[in-house]
Design a binder for this molecule. Structure first.
Ligand SMILES: [Zn+2]
Length: 378
């Protein structure tokens, strides 16, 4: 289990230290925690009486499961499977752990294995820690990303048994759901409280909710590129969170707008109505500020931009509108194009910008809109 050493001056780490260590801001943490409802499970009780295979067999299955989703690091996974020292006979009640031992070149796993489903998941959990310790031994890994690696190894084992060992699947999955019930229940409540007062002391379980969410997101998307990077020591938590947010945001929202009909050259008024309608559709549900405006004001502003030819609706690959821009041309220097609005509700802002730049004069200098506008549309 990963942890950082107590601070000499105060004797303990605070929630603020933990946030700083992860470059995590309170609103970002809260926003992620608000997703818990999507994953929270009612399962709280564990009553499986199934006796599971030996720890060594589970260890081996955990490695097969991880190789299956991360074939690019299969050599390292199998190296840890074979070489990592493990002790399955720790005293009952001892906290399971994986110890990074630079001097031995491989980690040590220790736990008391009693053939329960929880124990089996714990074997996979420690296997995940050991693989990451081995692969990222030169890097500092923050505790949340340590736990993502461990939870992902558990989840990989569960998914693997679903296909390869159905005799084990139900009990392992029930144990996972039960753990999730605690993490997304009690641990989330504790973390919410901690975020209210970052001077409070840090507790290791604070790492679990976000790590569990990230592991769930990775497996729900079946996209293991980021997971491979996490085992190798990259990317930082903020980079990972933002990449995942973009991906899941796009996946959840999708572009539900209809395809754009072909323009009718003989009916300019109809084309204008279409453009105006697309801008309104792109704004609905996504903007604080614009749709709430008086409809006359909203309409007048866009019609004015269309008259001045300072409005542009970008059409994506599926012939659907993906975003639009309004801008002002500087009165003194016409090369200066000041964006007054860029709306790209489905995460296509880069493409909208590129399409806009392609239609502006070549020497145009596109200036970003002010901070408030950015916040609304990016
Ligand atoms: Zn752990």
């Amino acid at each position: 289990m990963a942890s950082f050493q107590p601070k000499p001056e105060s004797g303990y780490y605070t929630v603020a230290d933990w946030l700083e260590l992860h470059c995590l801001e309170v609103p970002v943490a809260r926003e992620w925690l608000s997703r818990v409802g999507d994953f929270a499970s009612a399962a709280e009780c564990r009553n499986s009486s199934q006796v599971l295979p030996s720890a060594e067999e589970i260890w081996s299955l955990a490695s097969e499961a991880l190789v299956e989703i991360l074939p690019e690091i299969s050599d390292d996974i199998e190296f840890i499977r074979d070489i990592c020292e493990r002790d399955w006979d720790a005293p009952a009640g001892a906290v399971p752990y994986t110890l990074d031992r630079a001097e031995h070149h491989t980690p040590l796993v220790s736990m008391c294995y009693q053939r329960t489903p929880e124990d089996a998941l714990c074997v996979a959990h420690e296997f995940g820690h050991a693989v990451q310790y081995h692969l990222a031994r030169e890097c500092f890994i923050s505790p949340i990303l340590r736990e993502v690696a461990a939870f992902a190894a558990e989840k990989a084992l569960i998914d693997f048994t679903h296909r390869e060992r159905p005799d084990l699947y139900a009990s392992l999955n029930a144990a996972w759901e039960s753990d999730s019930g605690v993490i997304f229940g009690r641990d989330v409540e504790t973390l919410y409280e901690a975020l209210k007062d970052p001077t409070k002391s840090y507790a290791y379980r604070m790492n679990y909710p976000l790590a569990r969410l990230l592991a769930d997101e990775i497996f729900n998307a079946s996209d293991f590129d980021d997971l491979g990077k996490i085992y190798r020591g990259g990317p930082s938590l903020p980079v990972l969170l933002s990449a995942m947010k973009d991906r899941t945001g796009a996946a959840i929202e999708g572009n539900y707008l209809p395809q754009v009909p072909d323009a009718d050259a003989s009916n300019a008024a109809m084309n204008s109505y279409q453009s105006l309608g697309m801008m309104a559709l792109l704004d609905i549900d996504y903007l604080e500020g614009e749709p709430e405006k008086n409809i006359g004001e909203y309409y007048a502003l866009r019609v004015a931009h269309m008259h001045e030819q300072t409005a542009f609706v970008a059409i994506g690959n599926e012939d659907k509108p993906i975003g639009y821009a309004n801008w002002e041309v500087d009165k003194i220097d016409v090369r200066l194009i000041r964006l007054t609005r860029l709306s790209a509700p489905f995460g296509d802002e880069i493409e909208v910008r590129e399409k806009l730049l392609a239609r502006l004069p070549e020497n145009a200098n596109l200036l970003t809109c002010d901070g408030q506008e950015k916040q609304v549309t990016w």
